[in-house]
Design a protein. Structure first.
Length: 163
C-alpha cells in the first residue's frame, strides 16, 4: 500500500502523485533509480507546474519467479509503474504524463516500451495525509506549505529537494 499523495493544482489542472516503480528480472542501479525519480518529478512539473517537493517515488523489485503475465512466469525484464493521483486530472493530461514517463523510463532502464506498464489511480484529496496533516483544498497549497515546520523546511532544503 502506498502512502498518501499531495498534489498541487494549477491552471493546467495538474497534480503531483506518489509513485511506486517495481522491477522484475531487472536490477536498476542507484543512478538509474535517481534518474527515473527525477524523470517522474520533471514530467509532473512540466505537465502540471506542481512543485517537486510534493513528489514521492518508491522502488522495489520482485524475486525471480514472482512475476506472472497471463498465468505464466515472466522471465523478461519488466517495469511496472503505479501512481496515485488526486481526482480531477483530464484524460489528455494523464496520457501525456504517462507517455512522457514511459519514454523516459525506457531510455533510462534500457528496455522496450512494450515491457513497461503504467497505471494511474485517482483518489479524493480528503483521503490523504502528508507531512502529518490532511491535504488542503485545491488552490490552498501555498498557505498549506507555509505551515510546514521550520525544521521540515530545513530538512527538505538540506536534501536539495525542489521546493
Amino acid at each position: 500500500m502506498l502512502p498518501g499523495s499531495l498534489e498541487q493544482q494549477n491552471d493546467k489542472g495538474g497534480f503531483m502523485p506518489t509513485y511506486k516503480v517495481t522491477t522484475a528480472n531487472l536490477a536498476l542501479s542507484q543512478k538509474q533509480k535517481s534518474q527515473i525519480a527525477s524523470a517522474i518529478t520533471t514530467a509532473h512539473h512540466s505537465q502540471t507546474g506542481a512543485p517537486g517537493f510534493l513528489a514521492q517515488v518508491f522502488f522495489s523489485s520482485t524475486d525471480g519467479g514472482d512475476h506472472f503475465i497471463g498465468g505464466s512466469v515472466n522471465v523478461k525484464s519488466h517495469i511496472f509503474v503505479s501512481g496515485l493521483i488526486r481526482q480531477g486530472r483530464s484524460a489528455d493530461i494523464k496520457q501525456k504524463l504517462m507517455d512522457t514517463i514511459l519514454r523516459q523510463v525506457s531510455l533510462i532502464a534500457g528496455i522496450s516500451v512494450e515491457d513497461i506498464w503504467i497505471y494511474l489511480q485517482e483518489i479524493p484529496s480528503v483521503q490523504m495525509i502528508e507531512f502529518g496533516r490532511f491535504l488542503p483544498a485545491p488552490g490552498e497549497e501555498e498557505e498549506w506549505k507555509r505551515g510546514l515546520s521550520p525544521e521540515k523546511q530545513a530538512d527538505l532544503a538540506n536534501a536539495n529537494v525542489f521546493l
